[in-house]
Write a protein that binds this ligand. Structure first.
Ligand SMILES: NC(=O)C1=CN([C@@H]2O[C@H](COP(=O)(O)OP(=O)(O)OC[C@H]3O[C@@H](n4cnc5c(N)ncnc54)[C@H](O)[C@@H]3O)[C@@H](O)[C@H]2O)C=CC1
Ligand SMILES: O=C(O)CCC(=O)C(=O)O
Length: 303
């Protein structure tokens, strides 16, 4: 019987379908070094973002001679040493489509938060304060939203932002494409100059720690709003805090952190940041779709 380790949880309906199809699913999270031993007993490991599948763990799996497939229940595979696994004959798959709408909705929600101080007002009202005078915000309507990366999630953000009356510009690695109309392609430099809101929707960089640091922030409009629901560290956290303190950046929204859970106290105590603990894909709908995709990948793989 093929054995599947759901290392970071899996939808019950997906577990039921796999069990029905004759697989044994173990829904358990192990930390290293225990995971290095456990992984030898499985044909498939399914992870979200908590479990890191790095070279040493892959070496242990290879010693076990059983692991054939690593599935990332999600989009970003930066927690898996993909090339190394594939070199060792272990396939790596992800579920690229399942969570786009959920992440897009979270990004838009964060934009409303920071434009209207919703995140701060929630905190201060719970403390018994009535800070009406402090919370004069701005409208999203009429503002320019710059999207960095224009893949599945950014396209969902663009649709929603356009419906709110925002002008959407984007930049990505592949350049302009007629399919992306009516949104306007710009270079990264142009985007920095033109955007009132900047939202990141691209993978973690392989060759450098961050995309946006002090220098890049200086090129942006005064009072810009930054949103990162992509990957932690794409915006340098210290440079961001400095820019929030100086007022160069009006406010920021962050779902993803350089280290998770974040220990950056300056960041998580900053009242100009609307933050969530990496919950972009944490909706019933996204997790159901992810579960379905995982089942389909496994059934197809072992067909
Ligand atoms: N907060 C959360 O829970 C979630 C976060 N994510 C993150 O969102 C990212 C984007 O997801 P999708 O839109 O589904 O991916 P996608 O693969 O559909 O799109 C990625 C886009 O980024 C662009 N890109 C890649 N490298 C770039 C660079 N150096 N500069 C500019 N553009 C670049 C690509 O050309 C493409 O347009 C994922 O890589 C993942 O890190 C994804 C799902 C959930
Ligand atoms: O599994 C999660 O909750 C994280 C989702 C994510 O970041 C991704 O799919 O890339």
């Amino acid at each position: 019987m093929k054995r599947i380790l759901a290392a970071d949880g899996m939808e019950q309906s997906a577990i039921a379908r796999l069990t029905q199809a004759g697989f044994e699913v173990v829904d358990a999270h192990y930390e290293l070094p225990e995971l290095s031993e456990k992984i030898k007993e499985f044909d498939v490991i399914v992870v979200r973002s908590a479990t890191k599948v790095r070279e040493p763990l892959i070496d242990e799996a290879v010693k076990g001679g059983r692991l054939k497939l690593i599935i990332r229940g999600g989009v970003g595979v930066d927690n898996i040493d993909v090339k190394y696994a594939e070199e060792k004959g272990i396939r790596v798959r992800n579920t690229p489509n399942a969570s786009s709408a959920s992440v897009a909705e979270l990004a838009i929600g964060h934009m409303f938060n920071i434009a209207r101080f919703i995140h701060s007002a929630n905190v201060t009202m719970r403390q018994g304060q009535w800070n009406k005078k402090h919370y004069n915000g701005i409208e999203l309507s009429g503002k320019t939203l710059g999207l960095i990366g224009f893949g599945r999630i950014a396209k969902e953000v663009a649709k929603r932002a356009a419906a709110l009356g925002m002008t959407v510009i984007y930049t990505n690695r592949s350049g302009p494409h007629p399919e992306n109309e009516p949104y306007t392609y710009v270079t990264l430099e142009e985007l920095f100059q033109k955007a009132d809101f900047i939202s990141l929707h691209m993978p973690k960089l392989a060759d450098r720690p961050h995309l946006i640091g002090k220098e890049e922030i200086e090129k942006m409009k005064d009072g810009v709003y930054l949103i990162n629901t992509a990957r932690g560290g794409l915006i340098d956290e210290e440079a961001l805090c400095d820019a929030l303190d100086s007022g160069k950046v009006s406010a920021a929204a962050i779902d993803v952190f350089k280290e998770e859970p974040t220990k950056n106290e300056r960041l998580y105590t900053h009242d100009k940041i609307s933050m969530t603990p990496h919950i972009g894909a944490s909706t019933d709908e996204a997790q159901e779709r992810i579960g379905e995709e995982i089942v389909n990948i496994i059934l197809e793989f072992f067909a």
